[in-house]
Design a binder for this molecule. Structure first.
Ligand code: PEP
Length: 248
């Protein structure tokens, strides 16, 4: 059984000061919640690390990584730099980067490999667009996104990471996959991972909020969530985290 997990993608919001306040609010939240990971903007990571030093169950990740290890790559951040400042995880293949920065399946696979080389745990984001779902291509699209990574690093390495199913049409739109749609894709991903994927954490992401969380996390193959908008308020994020615990 995969362990429950909730990840918060803070995207390009806030400043070091507001990020530190959000981290402190999370660290001071009481109650029963699963493992948490927060993904602040790069420049806010040191402030968040300072706030979370004593918080045992909250890890810190980055929203992006260079596929290069080092060198003349102006504006890029390497995996070594991320571990050096206290990151343990990194998002790869988020739909906003696939779309806005033209990241191909092959580049995402290279970034996944770079994360592993540096000792980071990648969260591999996969998901179909609205048009692809309309044409019934969602499973085929997700398979090709997974296969690109498996072809480069091997199935076992993908099973050791975290996968997030994030339908592009649900990310930041207020639209959510129905629990049945999400479960169908999650069980497909689990089957693609094979026997090594039983314990792989497969997260759902796409406009999760306190009202839709319980029904989503009641599905057997949803091990947790990747939350954008609702992760910017500690109270909302913790509420969702507690609902995961109740359903698992
Ligand atoms: C995300 O950024 O991965 C995400 C799922 O965003 P939102 O929850 O705002 O849809």
């Amino acid at each position: 059984m995969a362990k429950p997990l909730l990840a918060g993608n803070w995207k390009m919001h806030g400043t070091a000061k507001t990020a530190a306040k959000l981290a402190a609010d999370l660290a001071n939240s009481s109650g029963d919640y699963p493992e948490l990971i927060v993904f602040p903007p790069y420049v806010c990571i040191p402030a968040v690390v300072t706030e979370l030093l004593a918080a045992k169950n909250i890890a810190i990740g980055a929203q992006n990584i260079s596929h290069h290890s080092e060198g003349a790559y102006t504006g890029e951040i390497s995996g070594k730099m991320l571990t050096d400042i206290g990151c343990s995880h990194v998002l790869v293949g988020h739909s906003e980067r696939r779309t806005n920065c033209s990241e191909s399946n092959e580049l995402v696979a290279e970034k996944f490999a770079a994360a592993k080389r540096s000792g980071l745990v990648p969260i591999l984001c996969v998901g179909e667009t609205f048009e692809q779902r309309q044409q019934g291509q969602e499973l085929q699209v997700i398979k090709s996104q997974l296969d690109a990574v498996v072809d480069l690093v091997g199935l076992e390495t993908v099973c050791d990471a975290i996968v997030a199913y994030e339908p592009v049409w649900a990310v930041g739109t207020g639209e959510t996959a129905t629990p049945e749609q999400a479960q169908q894709v999650h069980s497909f991903i689990r089957a693609e991972l094979g026997s090594g994927g039983t314990d792989t954490q497969i997260l759902y992401g796409g406009s999760i909020n306190a009202d839709n969380a319980a029904a989503l996390f009641a599905q057997p193959d949803l091990d947790g969530g990747l939350v954008g908008g609702a992760s910017l308020e500690a109270e909302h994020f913790i509420n969702i985290a507690q609902q995961i615990v109740e359903q698992k």
